[in-house]
Write a protein that binds this ligand. Sequence first.
Ligand code: GRF
Length: 197
Amino acid sequence: MAIVGVLASGRGSNLQAIFDAMDAGALSVKVGVVISDKKDAKALERARARQIPTAFLDPKAYPDRTSYDASVASTLLGYQVELVVLAGYMRIVTKALLDPFPNKVINIHPSLLPSFPGLHAQRQALAAGVNVSGCTVHFVDEAVDHGPIIAQTAVPVLEGDTEQSLSERILVEEHRLLPMVISLYATGKLGEVYKKK
Ligand code: GRF
């Protein structure tokens, strides 16, 4: 069974969606470790509740991004992780994390990339006046919310939407899309889907 490592900085609802898909029999992977850059991330609690190993790696304890990422990578490798999933991970990643996992680091972002990368994607979408937004799962490179797109789901922007209402509508789709892409990986189909592009 493929071993997945999840990096998360916050509430971890996407991590929970992975667990829920596993429990429902829709996703056959093992989550080997959950790593956070935030000590109190709810994502860590969610993992602990399932007896999944966790690691808080404090960015302040490292001189630079590269050494931090080298430590993240070696932690992941220590748990035999092959696919790295960024699920609400609020750090820019460097080669030190990407190189040990070629084409095996993916991220979920709450917009239809390449529109609205970075923070507050839903606020950016509302400010731009788009009628459609959504979420994207993509391979990660060194730029923020950038890299080859794997899958997207479109979500309508409705009249009167607030940042919160749009975020909630997109989040429902994030929780479907991310486990689906991980499942493509687990069943050996991710390369196939990606090659077709
Ligand atoms: C999600 O909207 C994700 O797309 C973005 O950060 C948010 C994280 O939410 N990258 P959660 O921590 O998974 O609940």
